[in-house]
Write a protein that binds this ligand. Structure first.
Ligand code: DER
Length: 236
């Protein structure tokens, strides 16, 4: 489909430009990153890309990397990375991302934070002016012990509504790779000039919240691709 082609285009363009021999690479999670793994597999098995190591951000990405025959390791062995490439659910005009649509935001943010450079790959449907134009909520990873109080206190303090992300093929909520729950916070859209940094600081300071899907001030560039086959790198 045109959207899948766009995801592939964004992934290939970003990796072509920013993944070089010897790269210690953080590999994100989600359907766009699937094409990044395809690129890496092609480049590495053809000998075009050598001496790289890939650090996954989820159980699924780890399986993809291993199945692709790519050198795979972890932050214990490689605590400092050169590049991290990941998808996003939405990117606004200030390069702030909403991530976590796939429920992998905690390890994604940790790997992003361990990397010198962070690049986002996305189809054009993620390209927005203001957070909320394209995506309806902020995923928040929470300790199960704190879930019920947070379902009440997050809307009380920050507005909007909050709900526990239910599993599809399992009774009850989804459980993340870290054994936690996800609260999807549907924030009010018509707040003018909302200070997302302030929101992030307050959420991060809330007992029971492990991580939020707000990635603020960390994006070095975004690769947006379009169904017409064009791709653009927006450098922050
Ligand atoms: O869960 C995540 O953060 C993913 O990176 C998500 O934001 C993008 O997933 P997609 O590439 O499947 O749209």
């Amino acid at each position: 489909t045109p959207i899948e082609q766009a995801k592939k285009l964004a992934a290939f363009a970003c990796a072509e430009k920013h993944v070089h021999n010897g790269c210690r690479l953080g590999v994100g999670s989600g359907s766009t990153v699937k094409y990044l793994v395809e690129y890496l597999k092609n480049a590495y098995t053809s000998g075009k890309l050598t001496n790289i190591v890939c650090i996954p951000t989820s159980f699924l990405t780890k399986q993809w990397l291993i199945n692709a025959g790519l050198p795979t390791s972890d932050l214990d062995s490689y605590p400092e990375l050169d590049v991290c490439i990941d998808g996003a659910d939405e990117v606004d005009a200030q390069y702030t991302c909403i991530k976590g649509g796939g429920g992998c935001l905690a390890q994604e943010k940790i790997v992003q934070n361990a990397s010198k450079h962070f690049y986002v790959i996305a189809d054009h449907l993620k390209d927005s002016q203001k957070l909320g134009d394209r995506y309806n909520f902020i995923p928040i990873e929470v300790l199960p012990f704190a879930a019920q109080p947070l379902l009440r206190s997050i809307p009380a303090k920050f507005g909007g509504t909050a709900q526990l992300r239910d599993a599809v093929k399992k009774c009850g909520p989804i459980v993340t790779d870290n054994g936690n729950f996800i609260i999807d916070w549907s924030f009010e859209k018509n707040v003018e000039n909302r200070n997302w940094q302030d929101v992030q600081i307050k959420l991060a300071n809330t007992p029971g919240i492990v991580e939020t899907g707000l990635f603020i001030g960390v994006t070095d560039a975004v690769f947006f691709a379009y169904p017409d086959g064009s791709v653009k790198e927006l450098v922050n």
